[in-house]
Design a protein around this ligand. Structure first.
Ligand code: FES
Length: 357
């Protein structure tokens, strides 16, 4: 009865809901000392090896076997390294023909490492003590005594190192520490000369002959037929030169011939020659060659991510991730009847992120 009364009183001390903390008469909340009571550990259950010495012996032999196997595999690794010729090829099903030395080294090393790990795990799970030991958390912040001790030790260390007294040593040390990061900066020079304005300009200049990229012959207007797409580059680029690929990556162009009435953009028509239009073939997305040509629609498609450009309308982007039309090269015909450039592109060709630089 008394117990019931106590429980009832206790119940009245708290709020109506059992899960809410108690509220005092003045309205403040009275937290219990430990609102999250420690449920404690479940009773310890001994393993078979704890109560049966024969099972423990079996585990011991298993662990010893795994460690011995690891030793043998390590010896096998060394023997393989010495004995197997480096160019020996063996057939291993289902891998096929592979280097015998690599296979032996890989296999023996894998076995050696696996057996050490497996032995250690088996040892820990079956033989080492598995009695749970709770460790109470303690405050993360150091006690005032510890803090004072650390400061005292620090001051003592500074005093013993004569850091404060030997100003010459201290100052030169600061100088050395400040300068040493410069070594990393100097090494940046190895990344090569700065690009300067090379990214804004290409090999095209006024009077550059337009040559066929395959035959390396200068092109005449009659070489460019309606419905075809011709890939070209400026004359003077040496395919064997060190910077050839860097230059062709910016200067590569394609020529198409449209019926003049099909050209929608007057500027495009003006920059071309008798319906021949010359565009950069470097996609303005991330630089693939956009040279899949649909002659009926005059669309150029980039195979990488399907950006589509309307060559009849200033290479406007019709579809895809490209953010900018393909730059057009102004062309004309020289006195000898060859197609030539009237200058460089008026904007950087290639991925449009250069425009944001
Ligand atoms: S590179 Fe042309 S669409 Fe991505």
């Amino acid at each position: 009865m008394s117990s019931q009364t106590d429980q009832s009183a206790s119940h009245n001390d708290t709020s109506d809901d059992d899960h809410l903390p108690a509220r005092r008469d003045d309205g403040t909340v009275a937290m219990a000392d430990d609102p999250f009571a420690d449920p404690g550990l479940p009773p310890h259950e001994p393993r078979r090896q704890d109560i049966d010495e024969r099972a423990a012996k079996r585990s011991e032999r298993t662990v010893a076997f795994l460690f011995t196997l690891s030793m043998l595999a390590t010896v096998g690794f060394i023997v393989s390294y010495v004995a197997i010729p480096i160019d020996e090829i063996v057939y291993i099903w289902p891998i096929g023909h592979i280097s015998g030395l690599n296979f032996a080294l890989g296999l023996t090393l894998a076995v050696a490492l696996f057996c050490i790990g497996a032995g250690a795990i088996h040892w820990a799970r079956t033989l080492m003590s598995d009695v749970e030991v709770p460790e109470e958390r303690h405050a993360i912040e150091a006690t005032p005594d510890v803090k004072a001790h650390v400061l005292e030790e620090f001051a003592k260390g500074a005093e013993e190192s004569q850091f404060g007294r030997r100003k010459l040593v201290r100052n030169t040390m600061f100088g050395a520490l400040a300068l040493v990061p410069l070594t990393g900066l100097v090494l940046l020079r190895d990344t090569g000369p700065l690009p300067g304005n090379k990214l804004q300009h290409t090999a095209w200049k006024k009077g550059s002959l337009i040559i066929n990229e395959s035959t390396l012959q200068p092109l005449r207007p009659e070489d460019i037929t309606v419905g075809s797409l011709t890939q070209a580059m400026p004359e003077g680029l040496d395919p064997h030169a060190e910077d050839f690929h860097a230059e062709i990556a910016k200067a590569a162009v394609m020529l198409v011939r449209l019926e003049p009435e099909d050209i929608k953009d007057p500027r495009s028509a003006e920059w071309g020659h008798e319906g021949i239009l010359c565009y950069s073939k470097i996609c303005t997305h991330i630089g693939c060659p956009a040279t899949l040509y649909e002659q009926q629609t005059h669309h150029a498609l980039c195979p990488c991510h399907q950006s589509t450009f309307d060559l009849a309308d200033g290479a406007r982007v019709l579809f895809g991730p490209a953010g900018h039309p393909l730059p057009q090269l102004r062309i004309t015909v020289n006195d000898e009847g060859f197609l030539e450039a009237l200058g460089d592109f008026d904007e950087p060709p290639g991925p449009s992120y250069w425009e944001r630089g």
